[in-house]
Ligand binder design. Structure first.
Ligand code: NAD
Length: 252
């Protein structure tokens, strides 16, 4: 399938997990991909898998919370591949704690990576998208946007991303730019594995217990989210904008 032939994409936090699966999927669909992560070396495996499947990608070191690094990375992708059509704001971190134990640093780090990072990357990307009158932006929210114990910082950032998505859809729609968000539930990645370790539950047991509460009776895989993002950035979704798509196996 090559529905993204000729398109150029950026995936932030693309070194592993949902971002890694998304970078691979977009490359498989024909896009050239700029894979951004804190350290470019962390993207090596993703790059090799893309190349082995006949795709094209570059890796760039970029902290999405740093405006200068984001501008530079976006410019680098555009100078390398000639344009920018797709931005997937996926980079993320957790600093979970109950409110009374949550430090200012826990709060700022999560806000800076998820919310400010998505703002900075979208602002840098839209210049190129507006001038070519074509673009697709997908932000990564979460079911935690609806509230989750121990995640006052994360749920606020993920809820913020939903407002951000709807506002960008309004502002950028006249320039033929679609802006949507995915809101995953429990996806098996290093992030959820680290959470299980932190609270002292075996990851396999954690997934089994979580599956019992999910109508589809399984946790999600990174590819489950990547598949939805691949649709949202394709022209098959060209009349979909300002939407939050929950990818959570039917949970409420
Ligand atoms: P992950 O920890 O496996 O991967 C996150 C990636 O982001 C890592 O490669 C990390 O290095 C990178 N990253 C972190 N801070 C960065 C920064 N400042 N600049 C650039 N890159 C940075 O996590 P994941 O589970 O794949 O999550 C990806 C996204 O999906 C996150 O936004 C997360 O909040 C969201 N999400 C995940 C789940 C889940 O269950 N796994 C559920 C809902 C939402």
């Amino acid at each position: 399938m090559s529905r993204l032939q000729g398109r150029v994409a950026i995936v932030t936090g693309g070194g592993r997990g949902i971002g890694g699966a998304t970078a691979k999927r977009l490359a498989q669909d024909g896009a050239k991909v700029g894979v951004l992560d804190l350290k470019a070396e962390a993207c090596q495996e993703v790059l090799e898998q893309i190349a082995a499947a006949g795709g094209e990608a570059i890796a760039l070191s970029c902290d999405v919370a740093d405006a200068q690094q984001v501008e530079q990375a976006v410019d680098e992708v555009v100078s390398r591949f000639g344009r920018l059509d797709i931005l997937v704001n996926n980079a993320g971190v957790l600093r979970d704690n109950l409110l009374f134990k949550m430090s200012e640093d826990d709060w700022d780090t999560v806000m800076n990576v998820h919310l400010k990072g998505s703002f900075l990357a979208s602002r840098a990307a839209q210049k190129h998208m507006v001038s070519q009158r074509y673009g697709k932006i997908v932000n990564t929210s979460s079911t935690s946007a609806l509230g989750n114990r121990g995640q006052a910082n994360y749920s606020s950032a993920k809820a913020g991303l939903q407002g951000f998505t709807k506002t960008l859809a309004i502002e950028l729609g006249p320039f033929n730019i679609n802006v949507n968000a995915v809101a995953p539930g429990f996806i098996a990645t290093d992030m959820t594995k680290a959470t299980a370790e932190r609270i002292g539950i075996d990851f396999e047991e954690n997934k089994r217990l979580a599956s019992e509460r999910i109508p589809l009776r399984r946790v999600g895989q990174p590819e489950d989210v990547a598949n939805v993002i691949a649709f949202l950035v394709s022209d098959e979704a060209s009349y979909v904008s300002g939407q939050i798509i929950y990818v959570n196996g039917g949970s409420r």
